[in-house]
Design a binder for this molecule. Structure first.
Ligand code: NDP
Ligand code: MG
Length: 388
């Protein structure tokens, strides 16, 4: 039988690439979701003929339902629409490609329905990693990473021995567009500059996260949960070329890595076909033409967001949920040109200082911490002291 998938966030960078992969593999797309991009959702719905299309923005629902009237496709709106898409029957894999912690409830719903999760939405694991991993275990739902670094680690762990034989995970980082910059030069960074990533073409939020290097911090937290490894056993290595997507170092000193061109269709396809490997349209690495690779350490002093994320990773409880919420607010401010590049770090730091970590053992506790952190971060962002 053909594999049946749901794509949450089908109109985004990962979502569109997932649909490209689905088309090339001939998968059945059972549901797609977006926030408000009605034009693209209509186009995707007509191409893939899913049973359900959900759009989060209530104002867009009527418009989309009207446009799809002739197709018989069910159209739902609001956050419950995403949850319904995530848990619909006759589905094998749910690809979580929405941006932000808004992906948490639908991801939990897909897990509770026992689906395989192809996880791109890292914010979900950052804010509720323990809860999500426990739920996955309880419901027998596999979580296969889509994030390229985590896909690489997942692949480098396959067929190996015991967890105790893993010495550390080596998470590679491109260093982003401001690699080598000083704090002084970061003061004048514009939105347009921050949105220019050297190696990857991605959605706006993750592109800014890559520029501040918060992305690598979020990925460290994501890796902790996915691979059940404490933060002190994860090292970040700057690798400008983005060819080695990450590595695992074992007790005997051997390092196993996964390499490939920087193209997200590769980890997306693998998450959908695992454990099988199928041909893909992705370009191959050309070693014979003189492939050069460099590795160096990250600069925690210049990139304060990376430092803050590593600090949160070492704390128990809701600290990571607070970090994530403050960062979502701060990045939105930066993208609206309401704060400077370095204010992103300042907003996150001040929010974390104000909100002590609480136990994170229930969904309610996490949602409460997230809500408080958003309100606090908004207030801090509006304060004069934060404008540099
Ligand atoms: P995009 O911004 O390109 O896409 C985000 C998707 O989420 C869109 O479909 C968008 O809908 C939808 N969305 C946004 N806000 C809401 C909301 N409030 N409710 C419901 N849906 C919403 O993001 P990316 O594809 O770049 O990233 C998606 C996730 O994957 C992120 O967590 C990111 O960290 C992760 N990731 C991305 C990589 C990449 O290469 N892009 C690499 C590794 C991980 P609409 O289009 O209608 O606004
Ligand atoms: Mg990544």
């Amino acid at each position: 039988m053909r594999q049946r998938i749901v794509v949450l966030g089908s109109t985004g960078s990962i979502g569109k690439q997932t649909l490209d992969v689905a088309a090339s593999l001939g998968l059945t797309v059972r549901a797609i979701t977006g926030n408000r991009n009605v034009d693209l959702l209509e186009q995707q719905a007509r191409q893939f003929l899913p049973a359900l299309v959900a759009v989060a923005d209530e104002a867009a629902v009527v418009q989309l339902a009207n446009r799809l009237k002739d197709t018989g496709i069910r159209v739902l709106g609001g956050p419950d629409g995403l949850v319904e898409a995530a848990s619909m029957p006759e589905v094998d894999t749910v690809v979580t490609a929405v941006v932000g912690m808004v992906g948490l409830r639908p991801t939990l719903a897909a897990i509770e329905a026992g689906r395989r999760i192809a996880l791109a939405n890292k914010e979900t694991l950052v804010c509720a990693g323990e809860l999500v991993m426990k739920a996955a275990k309880r419901h027998g739902a596999e979580i296969i990473p889509v994030d390229s670094e985590h896909s690489a680690i997942f692949q480098s762990l396959l067929g190996q021995g015991k967890q105790s034989e893993v010495k550390r995970l080596l998470l590679t980082a491109s260093g982003g567009p401001f690699f080598g910059a000083t704090r002084e030069t970061l003061q004048t960074v514009t939105k347009a500059q921050a949105l220019q990533h050297p190696n990857w073409s991605m959605g706006a939020k993750i592109t800014v996260d890559s520029a501040t290097m918060m992305n690598k911090g979020l990925e460290l937290i994501e890796a902790m949960h996915l691979f059940q490894v404490p933060p002190e056993k994860i090292s970040i290595v700057v690798h400008r070329e983005s060819i080695v997507h990450s590595m695992v170092e074992y007790a005997d000193g051997s390092v196993i890595a996964q390499l490939g061109v920087p193209d997200m269709r590769l980890p997306i396809q693998y998450a959908l076909t695992y454990p099988a490997r199928l041909p893909s349209p992705v370009q191959q690495l050309n070693f014979a033409d003189g492939l050069s690779m460099t590795f160096t350490k990250p600069d925690f002093d210049t990139f304060g967001c990376l430092r803050l994320a590593c600090e949160a990773a070492g704390q128990e409880g809701t600290a990571c949920a607070v970090l994530n919420a403050a960062n979502e607010v701060a990045v939105a401010c930066f993208l609206n040109e309401a704060c400077s590049f370095l204010d992103v770090e300042k907003i996150v730091q001040k929010t974390m200082e104000e909100i002590p970590s609480q136990p994170a053992d229930t969904l309610e506790a996490i949602l409460k911490a997230d809500d408080l952190a958003r309100k606090t971060a908004c207030r801090i962002a509006a304060e004069e002291s934060c404008r540099t």
